[in-house]
Design a protein around this ligand. Structure first.
Ligand code: SAH
Length: 395
C-alpha cells in the first residue's frame, strides 16, 4: 500500500497557496506512513481523495508533512538528484566565485524545494543538516549525489540543531564522507577566514550576511564599530574603507578568531574586544564617543513568538544607542535575523529608536539575506534576515 496522508480543507488551502508545510491539526488521516517516509497527499474534501502531491511525513513534529511536489510523480533517487542539481545550478548563476568567494550556501531547505535540508559549501568541504525525519532518512542518498555532483573532499553532518529534537531525532555531528578537518580556510570577497565546521556556530560562518557585508562596504568610512562581530565578518569586510575598526563579541573564542583572521589578512586597523554590546554601547554613550559607521548584527533575539516583546525592546535599545553614537553623516547597518520579528515590525522598531534618539535617519538600502539563501514567495519562514543601511542626516 502506498503511504498516504489526507489533509483538511485548511491544509489543502495552504498547499494550494504554495506553502509546503501542513500542521498535524490539519491532518485527517494517515495510512501506512512511517517516520520520514514519502507520502501521497490527498484532499479530504467531499471524500473524493483528490491527489494534491507528495510530501515527507513526520510522525513527531507539529509540521506533519512537508510537500516536495504538487504533481503526482515518482519521488525516487533521480528526483532528489534533479532537485540538488537545480540548487547547484542556481548558485552557478549567482556566480559567487566572481567575487573571490569559496563559502556559500548550496541548499537552503524550503527555498530550494528541498524542505529541511541545508548544505553549506566551505571550499572543498560540504557541511549539511538534515532537520526532519524525512531528510534524515534520505541523508545517505543526498551525500551520494552531492559527492558525485560537487566532488567534495569531505561531507560533515552538523545535525546538532535543537529542532531535531522536535522530530524525535538525536543531536549529533558526524563525518559522512572523506575527511573534514577542524581547520578549514575559505575566502569571502577576498577576505580569508579560518573556520571550524565541527564546532563553529551554525555550520561555521554566518554565510547569510555575505552580500550585506559587500553592500555595506560602499558606505563604510571613518571610525567603525562592529557589534556582535563573531569572527569579524563585517569588521574585516569594511576595514579597508575605514580608518579604524573595533569589533565586539561576548564570546572569547570569537574574539580570538577575529584577531587571528585580522592577522591572517594583514589587516592592521582592526581591534577586537570581548564585551557585552548592551553594556559597551551605554559606556560609549556616557563617555561621549562617536563613530562614523556602526554595524548591529545581533543573534536572533526572538527565537519564539512569546519572546517577541522582549526582543523588540532589545532591538530598540541597541538601535537607539547606536544612532546616538553616530556622528552626523554616519552610517548604521542594522540587522535582525529573528523570523518572528518581520520586516514591518523591525522597520517600526528602528523608526521608534530614531525618534527617541532625536536622529533623522535616511534609509539608503533595504536588504535581505544573501541570494544563496533563497526566499520562496508565499513561505514567510524562508525570509528571516532583514538588513537596513541608514545614514544619519544633519550637520
Ligand atoms: N556579525 C557576525 C555574525 C553575528 S552572530 C558576522 O557577520 O559573521 C551573533 C554574535 O553575537 C555571536 O557571535 C554571539 O557570540 C554574539 N553575542 C550574543 N550576545 C551578545 C552580547 N550581548 N554582546 C556581544 N556579543 C553577543
Amino acid at each position: 500500500m502506498t503511504p498516504s496522508v489526507t489533509v483538511s480543507h485548511r491544509g489543502e488551502e495552504r498547499i494550494r497557496a504554495g506553502h509546503p508545510w501542513v500542521y498535524r491539526s490539519d491532518i485527517i488521516a494517515v495510512e501506512h506512513a512511517g517516520a520520514g517516509e514519502i507520502v501521497r497527499v490527498v484532499s479530504g474534501r467531499g471524500g473524493r481523495h483528490r491527489p494534491l502531491g507528495c510530501a515527507l511525513y513526520s510522525d513527531r513534529s507539529e509540521i506533519a508533512i512537508r510537500m516536495v511536489s504538487r504533481a503526482e510523480e515518482r519521488i525516487d533517487d533521480a528526483f532528489w538528484r534533479r532537485r540538488l542539481e537545480r540548487a547547484i545550478e542556481y548558485r552557478r548563476q549567482l556566480d559567487v566565485a566572481a567575487t573571490d568567494t569559496t563559502a556559500y550556501r548550496l541548499v537552503h531547505g524550503e527555498g530550494d524545494l528541498l524542505p529541511s535540508l541545508v548544505v553549506d559549501r566551505y571550499g572543498d568541504y560540504l557541511v549539511m543538516q538534515a532537520l526532519s525525519q524525512g531528510t534524515d532518512r534520505l541523508q545517505s542518498a543526498f551525500v551520494r549525489h552531492l559527492v558525485d555532483l560537487v566532488q567534495p573532499r569531505g561531507v560533515l553532518a552538523r545535525n546538532d540543531p535543537r529542532v531535531r529534537l522536535l522530530e524525535g531525532l538525536e543531536q549529533k555531528v558526524e563525518l559522512l564522507h572523506g575527511e573534514v578537518p577542524e581547520q578549514v580556510f575559505v575566502r569571502e570577497a577576498g577576505v580569508e577566514y579560518e573556520i571550524d565546521p565541527w564546532h563553529g556556530q551554525k555550520t561555521g560562518l554566518f554565510l547569510d550576511q555575505r552580500e550585506n557585508r559587500l553592500a555595506a562596504r560602499r558606505w563604510a568610512r571613518g571610525r567603525l564599530l562592529d557589534c556582535f562581530s563573531y569572527h569579524g565578518g563585517f569588521a574585516l569586510a569594511l576595514a579597508g574603507q575605514c580608518d579604524t575598526a573595533l569589533a565586539l563579541d561576548i564570546s572569547e573564542d570569537a574574539v580570538a578568531r577575529i584577531r587571528a583572521n585580522a592577522a591572517r589578512n594583514a589587516v592592521r586597523n582592526v581591534d577586537a574586544r570581548t564585551a557585552n554590546v548592551f553594556d559597551e554601547l551605554r559606556e560609549f554613550d556616557r563617555a561621549g564617543e562617536t563613530f562614523d559607521t556602526i554595524v548591529l548584527d545581533p543573534p536572533a533575539f526572538a527565537k519564539s513568538k512569546p519572546a517577541v516583546a522582549k526582543a523588540a525592546a532589545g532591538y530598540k535599545e541597541i538601535n537607539l544607542r547606536a544612532m546616538k553614537l553616530l556622528a552626523p553623516g554616519g552610517i548604521l547597518v542594522t540587522c535582525s535575523c529573528s523570523y518572528n520579528v518581520d520586516e514591518e515590525m523591525f522597520g517600526a522598531i528602528v523608526q521608534r529608536a530614531a525618534a527617541d534618539a532625536h536622529a533623522d535617519m535616511v534609509l539608503v538600502d533595504k536588504r535581505i539575506q544573501g541570494r544563496d539563501h533563497p526566499v520562496l514567495i508565499g513561505v514567510p519562514e524562508t525570509y528571516y534576515l532583514k538588513c537596513l543601511i541608514l545614514r544619519k542626516a544633519g550637520e
